[in-house]
Design a protein around this ligand. Structure first.
Ligand code: SF4
Ligand code: SF4
Length: 212
């Protein structure tokens, strides 16, 4: 029988599942239907095989969904996590399915604050996975993750606090100055938010801010 992970790691898995499920809920609530119209263009290869190959992602996905993969997962042409109603993995997706704020989605964002917020949550799982400059959570064995359990737990809790702080960007009642502060802090802490489609969308939405 498989052993339970280290207790701190087990708790971090549970908290990380909560984080990813919340990101998934926020994404689905804002962009429902866009991927169906787009035709699931980014889901054609068997990307979920990477989840099965990473100890961390496999634990996260099993904690969220039980045994989700089909018996013939290794020989599938398309992604074995794809179903007629979308991706089965609301938590534990592979790294190539992060940074999901693609051009069709970014075009739906109403203002700079939405662009920053959804860019931020799209990058957050990848940010957690880079535990330290030299520790990549997705490449680590169970033993290596147990040895870094405290770093992992702190990183997951920081991600929850960042997500809570980032919500001000969606709050219509929040003061503009608070949105500026939070956006600047998030971008400075996670420069990857400014990936090319986000960067371009921000520039376009800032044209009314002057000097052109
Ligand atoms: S994430 Fe973007 S590219 Fe992928 S299916 Fe959805 S809209 Fe299309
Ligand atoms: S894991 Fe999910 S999001 Fe990623 S390619 Fe497969 S179906 Fe698409």
């Amino acid at each position: 029988m498989a052993q339970q992970p280290h207790p701190t790691v087990q708790k971090a898995i549970e908290r990380y599942v909560e984080l990813e499920l919340e990101i998934d809920r926020l994404c689905t609530a804002r962009f429902a239907g866009t991927c169906i119209e787009c035709g699931g263009l980014c889901c054609r290869a068997n990307h979920a095989a990477m989840t099965l190959g990473s100890w961390w992602l496999r634990q996260v996905s099993v904690a969220a969904h039980g045994q989700w993969w089909p018996e013939d997962w290794a020989t599938r042409q398309g992604c074995c996590a794809q179903t007629p109603t979308g991706c089965v993995l609301h938590a534990g997706r592979p790294v190539c399915c992060w940074s999901w704020l693609c051009e069709p989605l970014v075009r739906q964002c109403a203002d700079v604050w939405e662009v920053v917020f959804y860019g931020f949550i799209s990058e957050l799982p990848g940010d957690v996975a880079r535990l330290t400059p030299s520790l990549d959570l997705l490449q680590m064995s169970e033993g290596e993750i147990a040895a870094a359990a405290d770093v992992l737990a702190a990183r997951v809790e920081l991600a929850h606090r960042m997500l809570a702080a980032g919500r001000v960007l969606l709050d219509p009642a929040a003061a503009q100055i608070d949105k500026h502060r939070v956006a600047m802090r998030l971008i400075c802490q996670m420069p990857r938010i400014l990936q090319p489609s986000v960067h371009q969308a921000l520039l376009e939405k800032m044209t009314t801010w002057g000097w052109e």
